[in-house]
Every structure is written in structure tokens, then in C-alpha cells.
Ligand binder design. Structure first.
Ligand SMILES: [Zn+2]
Ligand SMILES: [Zn+2]
Length: 316
């Protein structure tokens, strides 16, 4: 059953001018323009600052990254593990403080991406809409995917609460550095938010721009250098992820740093994470002749693979 992109810009919104926002997404577009302009001003006037401010910006980015990769991606979108409610909602807060939006819409977009990859129904496909579509434009031009189809399991008061908190959290996130001076404002606010945005968006764009692939393979790929920008938290192993999207572990080899996974192992040890799903990494660690020779890209999942979450249920 199809779930086409619903956008007021038409059935192929990537053909619309980039500055046109879909109905209901104008505020998203204006917010993105604003943080980019402010970030540019910050880079020009405050290219360097005190180490305390840099450390605070990195710390917020670190916890924001864990919020996205463990909280939103591995736990909520793929149900690769179950988190203690306190940990789950703390990670949701950090993800929202990092500018990633509410958990239900994030999970819905992502589940549709996996289920419809390499088709016009993939909400952020570079092979369909090009680099800038997959990197940014879909955020304000693709419209909303139907939550009732893609994440009925998140249609609960505990997640709807976060929808109401979006604007307040984002406002605090943007202006949290103001009490500490102008440099802190730019570094902790727009510069951090713009940098975090692009780092995440690279997963949708360049991690899906694999130049050589066989018939029936999807475009996802592992990109080692992207791991530096992701603070080694594992999202850059996107080829691994598409091969086994149900796995809570993204870096399968010892050299594939995945601090998201290390944190999950720690949470599991502490009893704060259960039902952690593990890949059969023995095939990819050199223990088997089946290991890929390059070590960089695992066997591919077929394109248009089925949803990787519990089968969506329709509302009565
Ligand atoms: Zn992907
Ligand atoms: Zn995923």
C-alpha cells in the first residue's frame, strides 16, 4: 500500500522553487533561514571564543546527537531497544533541544524513508530530488507524512506532549547563550543548531549517494569521515543500518566507532535498556569468508524493503 508524499506544492514537490514552502511549513522555512543567517553573522564576528563556550556547545551537541541516534532513531523509529521512560524522555528532550523536532513526526518521516527508499515516496531521496532536496529542502517542501499510518504506536499523550513543547524548547535552545554574552549566544544558539542540522542532513543526502550499485540495491553507504562530524556516535554507518535496520548497533567492526552503541550497552548493563536487538556481526568482523573485502559496505538490503517497525495499525 502506498503512502505518497502529501504536499501542497504538488505530487513532485522537488520540482517547485526552493523558496516555496508547503502549506503549514512556512515557519520551518523561516526558522531555517534565520539560524543560517545568524550562524553566518556569528562565524564572521566570533570565529573563535573562550574554551568554556566551545566545551558547552560540544556538550549540548553530544547529548543532542545521542538523543537523536539512540532516542529517536534506534529506539522510537526502529524499536531496536526499549528504554526506561526517564531515559527515553530525557533523550527526546536533548533531541528537541538539538533542533530535531517532535518524536512522532521524526519517526514517521524515517519509517517512510526506509519503507519507500529509492522511490518517489521516499521523503528525502537524492536520486529522486537531487542533493539539496535530500539535504534540506524536503524539510519545508515535502509536507507531512501521515502519522496514523507510520507511527500509530507513538500516538500517545506522552509523545503528543512533546509536540506542544516544540516552540518553547527551540526558543530556549536558540537563546540559551544570551546570559553569557554575544559570543555565547552565537556559539550555543544558531551556530550549534545550524551545524547539528547539516551533520544530520548528511545522512539523508551523501549517505544515500553511492555512485556504484547493482540492480536492486539501495543507495545507502557507510562514510567513515562523516563519523568525525557525528562525534563518533555511529550514524555515519548508514550502509550497515539499511542492511539491518532493526539492529541497535550501527558500527559492526571494532574500528567502526559507535558511541551510540556503547551507551546502549551501558544502559543495558544498568537495567535502563532492554530487548536490545543485535546484528550477527561475526559475518563482518573478518571471522568469516563471507566478510566483504573492502570492509566498508555490507551486503545491501533490497530497495523498497518493508517497514522496519511493528506493522502499522489503522485507527478504528
Ligand atoms: Zn537511509
Ligand atoms: Zn533508520
Amino acid at each position: 500500500m502506498s503512502a505518497p508524499i502529501v504536499s501542497s506544492l504538488g505530487p513532485e514537490p522537488w520540482k517547485a522553487p526552493w523558496w516555496k514552502a508547503a502549506k503549514g511549513d512556512r515557519s520551518t522555512f523561516l526558522y531555517l533561514v534565520a539560524i543560517h543567517l545568524l550562524a553566518l553573522i556569528g562565524v564572521i564576528f566570533f570565529p573563535v571564543t573562550r574554551w568554556e563556550i566551545v566545551a558547552a556547545a560540544l556538550a549540548l551537541t553530544w547529548f543532542g546527537g545521542l538523543g537523536i541516534t539512540i532516542g529517536y532513531h534506534r529506539s522510537l523509529a526502529h524499536v531496536a531497544l526499549r528504554l526506561h521512560p526517564v531515559v527515553r524522555h530525557a533523550l527526546i528532550f536533548f533531541a528537541m533541544f538539538n533542533g530535531s523536532g517532535a518524536p512522532d513526526s521524526w519517526a514517521a518521516n524515517h519509517r517512510q524513508h526506509h519503507a519507500k527508499v529509492e522511490t518517489p515516496e521516499d521523503i528525502s531521496s537524492p536520486s529522486i530530488g537531487g542533493f539539496w532536496w535530500s539535504h534540506l529542502r524536503w524539510l519545508w517542501q515535502a509536507g507531512n507524512v501521515p502519522l496514523s499510518r507510520w507511527c500509530p504506536d507513538l500516538d500517545k499523550p506522552e509523545y503528543r506532549f512533546w509536540n506542544r513543547m516544540q516552540v518553547p524548547i527551540l526558543a530556549v535552545s536558540l537563546f540559551c547563550g544570551v546570559p553569557f554574552g554575544p559570543a555565547a549566544f552565537f556559539w550555543l544558539g544558531p551556530m550549534r543548531l545550524a551545524a547539528s542540522l547539516h551533520v544530520q542532513c548528511f545522512v539523508n543526502s551523501i549517505a544515500h549517494m553511492r555512485p556504484h550499485r547493482r540492480e536492486g540495491e539501495d543507495s545507502s553507504q557507510n562514510i567513515a569521515w562523516l563519523g568525525i562530524l557525528h562525534l563518533l556516535q555511529g550514524e555515519n554507518w548508514h550502509g550497515n543500518h539499511h542492511a539491518k535496520p532493526w539492529s541497535a548497533r550501527l558500527g559492526w567492526k571494532l574500528w567502526q566507532s559507535d558511541f551510540g552503541w556503547y551507551a546502549i550497552v551501558l544502559l543495558e548493563f544498568l537495567g535502563l535498556a532492554v530487548k536490545v536487538r543485535r546484528p550477527d556481526v561475526a559475518r563482518f568482523t573478518g571471522a568469516s569468508s563471507a566478510a566483504p573485502s573492502s570492509g566498508s559496505t555490507p551486503p545491501r538490503a533490497p530497495s523498497c524493503s518493508p517497514p522496519t517497525h511493528p506493522a502499522p495499525r489503522r485507527r478504528a
